[in-house]
Design a binder for this molecule. Sequence first.
Ligand SMILES: Nc1nc2c(ncn2[C@@H]2O[C@H](COP(=O)(O)OP(=O)(O)OP(=O)(O)O)[C@@H](O)[C@H]2O)c(=O)[nH]1
Ligand SMILES: [Mg+2]
Length: 510
Amino acid sequence: MSRDDATTNATAESIETDAHADDADNADNADADNADAHDADSSLIDPAAPDATPAVVAARSEGEPPDTAEIRELAAAAGYAVVGEVTQRRREDPTYDLGRGKAEELMRLAADAAAEAVIYDGGLSPGQTFSLGDLLPPGTAVIDRPRLVLELFADAADSRAADRQLELARLRYELPRLREAVARDASEDVRLQPEGDSRVLDVEKRIESAERALGEIADDRAARRAERRDAGFDLVALAGYTNAGKSTLARRLADEVDDPEFEDEAGAPDVRRADADRADADEGEGDPADGDGPLAVADRPFETLSTTTRRATVGGRRALVTDTVGFLDGLPHEAVRSFRTTIDAIRAADCALLVVDASDEPAALRRKLTASLSAIEATDGPVIPVLSKADEVGADGLAAAVEAYEGAVVDLDPRDAPVVDALRSPIPVSVRDETGLADLADAVADALPTATATAEAPNGGAAQAALSWAYDRGVVADVDYGSETVVVELAGRPDVVAEAERRFADAPSS
Ligand SMILES: Nc1nc2c(ncn2[C@@H]2O[C@H](COP(=O)(O)OP(=O)(O)OP(=O)(O)O)[C@@H](O)[C@H]2O)c(=O)[nH]1
Ligand SMILES: [Mg+2]
C-alpha cells in the first residue's frame, strides 16, 4: 500500500472522548464503562484510501484524556487508514487493558467499520493481546504501539545493522507472545510446555545469534570510532525524538567535502541518493551505512534507521557528526536496547546534541523530552540541548518552548542529576532560517575536551614530520619558525595534542 495515500487519507477527525473521565476511580467496576456503548467516545469514519488497511485506533490513559494524534500519525505512516477511534480514561484492566465494556464497544466498532486491524496506543501484555484478539471479529489484527513501530522500522530498514537491529527487536517482541500462545495451547493439551517447545527454543536461538551479529557490528563500529579519534576527530552525535530535525541539522553541520573516506563509504543503493553509481561502486565495502550514507530528511517518523556519520567542522574543530535513530514514547526498554548502534554512538560521543522540536505544544515537548532521555542518560560526555525548528514558532512561541523545556528538566528525576545539569539552557536553532547555528557551534567547541600546549623542536626533517602529523589531525594553532627551532602552539583533542607534543619532543636535530 502507498504510504503517501495512507498519510493523506487517514485524516479522520479525532474525537476526544472523555465520557468516563470521572469513573477512573471506579475502574474496577468493569461494567461502568459498558453503559453507553457507541456514545461520543467512538467515531466511525469511512475509509478514504482504498489501498490502505482500515484500522480502528484504541487508547487508554489514567491521567490526562488520551491524545491519539501521535498514534494516528504513526498508523498513517505505516499504511493504515484510521476509520474509527475508541478511547477511555481509567486504570488498566488486566484482561483487555481497556475495561470490558469499552473493549466490547471496540469490537462492535471494528465490525461496523470492517476494520482489519485494531491499533492500540500502548503496550499490551501477551495475555491482553490474545484476549482482545479473541473478542474482536475473526481475522482482526491486534497491533499495539511497539508492534506498529516494528512495522515502521521494517519499511525503513536500509542497512545491515538496521536489519539486524530490526530482527532482534522483532524477536524480542515475539518471544513472550509465543510463550503465551504455547501456554494457551498447553492448557488444553498437557503435553505442551512453553519451556521445551521447539518454536520457543528456535526464537531463543535466533535472538542469541542476532545479538552476536549485532555485537560484531558494534565492535567494528567501536574500532572505527577509535581510529577516527586517533585521526584527531571529535565525535558529535545527534539524539532526540523521531522527526525532531536531527538529520536536517546533521546535514547542515556536515561539510561539503569530497573525501572518499567519509562520503558514502559503504552506502546501500538508495533512491534518495543523487549519485547512484557511486553507491553501487561502494557496495563492496560490506556494511551499507550505519556508516556514511545519505542523510535523509522527511516529515515522517523513523525516516532515519541507520546511524550515519558525516565529516564536519564545528566551531573550528574537525568533527564527525553522527545522525541517529529517533526515540519514541512508549517503546519497551528491550526495543530501545535493540537499537544498539544508536545508543553506542550517543554514549561514545565526545558531545551529544539533544534535539528537541520547538514547534511542539508544551505538553508534547515535555513528553518527547522525557522519552528521549533514555538515549542520553548514560553518556559520559557533555549534552547540548537544541531547540530545533525555531522558525516555526516566533518569539512568543519560542519563549513558551524554552519555558516548557526548562520546566520539564526541573521536573526530571533527580537520579538523572548529572544529565539534568547538562540540560539547562537550550540553544534555539533554525536550519531553515539559518539562525542559532553559530551559537551552537560555539557551544560545541566549548563543550569538547580541549588541551593546549606549546612544543618546540630543532628545525629539520623530524620537526617537519611532526608538524605535518599535527596538521593532519587539526591541532596546529600557530607556528613560529626561528633560525634554529620551530615553536608550535597546539590546541585540540587532549590525546592528539599529547601525542603531538611527544613527537616534537622526540624530534632530533638534523
Ligand atoms: N521549519 C523547519 N522545519 C524543519 C527544520 N529542521 C527540520 N525540519 C523539518 O522537520 C521534519 C523532520 O526532519 P528530519 O531532519 O527528517 O528529522 P529527524 O529527527 O531526522 O527524524 P527521524 O529520522 O524520522 O527520527 C522535516 O520535514 C524537516 O524538513 C527547521 O529548522 N525548520
Ligand atoms: Mg533522521
